[in-house]
Write a new protein. Sequence first.
Length: 94
Amino acid sequence: MFVVTVALRAAPFVALTRLRDSRLVRYLGRTMPAGVMAVLVVYTLRDTTVELGSWLPAAAALTLTLTAHLAFRRAAVSIILGTATYMVLLAALG
C-alpha cells in the first residue's frame, strides 16, 4: 500500500517533467483560469430568479470578481473574492 500511495503521488510530477515543454500544457496554463471563471459564472447564475435575494448576491459577486480581476490580474484573487462575496451575501439575504 505504501509503494502504491507514493507512486500515485509521484506520478503527476514525473509526467509534468516530461510534458513541461509541451504546447498542450502551455495552452492549458493560459486557458484554464478563464475556464474556471466561466464555470463559476454559470454556477452562480443558474438558480437566479427575479427576487432581490436571488440576483443581488450574484450581481454583486460578479461585479466584484470582474473588478478584482481587472485591478489585480490574478485569477486566484478574483475567484476567491467573488466566491466569498457570493456566499456571504447569499447567507445574509437568503
